[in-house]
Design a protein around this ligand. Sequence first.
Ligand SMILES: Cc1cc2nc3c(=O)[nH]c(=O)nc-3n(C[C@H](O)[C@H](O)[C@H](O)COP(=O)(O)OP(=O)(O)OC[C@H]3O[C@@H](n4cnc5c(N)ncnc54)[C@H](O)[C@@H]3O)c2cc1C
Length: 463
Amino acid sequence: MCAARGKGWTPMRHVVVIGAGIAGLTAGYEHRRRHPRDRVTVLESADRLGGKLHAIAFAGHTFDVGAEMVLAVVPDALTLIEDVGLSAEIVHPSTTSASIVVDGRHHRIPTGTVLGVPASVDDLAGTAMFSPAALDRLRVEPNSPGPLLTQDESVGGFLRPRLGDEVVDLLIEPLLGGVYAGRADALSVKATMPTLAEALMREPSVLRAAASVRREPGAGPVFATLRGGLARLAQALVDRSGVAVRLGTTARGIRQTGSGFLIDCGPEVLGTVIEADAVVIAVPPPNAARLLGPLAPDAAVTLAEIPMASMAILSLAWPGPQDVLSEGSGLLVPPSAGGLVKAVTISSNKWAHLSEPGILVRASVGRMGEERVLQRSNDDLLTDVGQEVAELLHLDGVPSAGLVTRWGGGLPQYTVGHLDRVATVRAAVAEVPGLAVAGAAYDGVGVPACIRSAYAAVDALAG
Ligand SMILES: Cc1cc2nc3c(=O)[nH]c(=O)nc-3n(C[C@H](O)[C@H](O)[C@H](O)COP(=O)(O)OP(=O)(O)OC[C@H]3O[C@@H](n4cnc5c(N)ncnc54)[C@H](O)[C@@H]3O)c2cc1C
């Protein structure tokens, strides 16, 4: 599928991207930026763009019910947002002060830690969350450190003997749960805390390693979003890149031909076949495993091993005025609390553009292995979670509006050995010229990491 040869001839290829989440749309955008003559088609099984970038009309606002913000301390997402012309819409949180609920009491989350790993006992001494024995244990850690980190271990497995169970269960577990919906005793220290893990390979003391990599407080905003919803980024990527998007089109299989690929779409009978010179697979691991089966069996088998956590986001509104300002941006609830809710974001406190007219909350339910809590109707979830959030925030009355968004298999789990699995997948895919993968399974689950994985996929196609 090449343009006719002639003076100034450059090959024109048809690149097909499967999946219109942030990874797929960024891959399409970036490929067109580098190769404006190439045609790019994005296939998406849903009837909307964005994947986990999804905003709905709720309580008078456009409200993100998937990803709601990006890390601003790494450049990837903000640079892309600026490139697609949305810089004027970037906003930062009005407050990032949040609390952890322990035994019914709300304790401010200590600042200055690395995903909950303290750099000094002083980081934790200001909170009443930990027992004197737990703090004493931290005090002696730098003088009696454990062995260096060599092979991959679980976060809990590596840190419990060094920092004690209280620090892992009450601080690290809820913070990791907020990002991965996973458990400290299963998640890989090398994959979920890569910078700290690298330091721990040279520095045996966990506190000293954390001190060497932690971000200096007050060095600018950590997070950002877009007025009108982070999900706006998806449409902007399409508008700016001129990629063609085919919604409601599921890629069912990919066949390799002598010169490229044939992609079977839709039902087996009356489906369509799309020709492509190159393909980027930017779908969640189980879906990618199915597509890769005949092309790169090792990649398919490895992707199928990645566990996926399911969760639900409940959008809840209460009429104002009610005073929840002292709660800051919200609460994290450790699994030991035994409730349904894992995290509560008070969006009307956190984002100035969502502050009126009432109280607007995003409640998150469901961790890896807790599928049971999601096995109830939307009405039951709204009632039970609405009540739990009202109690946690001391809100009067029942929510005036509520909506459940379910994310079945929403987050890949970076369990022990994840980095090796990713290397296996990438090596197997690289054996097939013109094929690349991108998405939340590879370089991190956050939006900036998915963007980076898309750039890597475009690099791989060029290679
Ligand atoms: C509830 C929730 C909240 C989150 N909050 C944040 C946050 O605040 N900040 C942050 O940085 N990250 C957050 N994340 C993580 C981040 O949003 C995701 O990891 C990221 O958006 C995933 O992007 P992706 O492109 O890899 O996959 P997806 O967004 O899952 O996109 C993949 C797309 O592929 C489509 N698809 C699947 N199979 C096929 C097929 N066979 N043919 C065609 N199309 C197919 C799907 O319909 C989907 O649209 C959150 C995740 C969840 C679930």
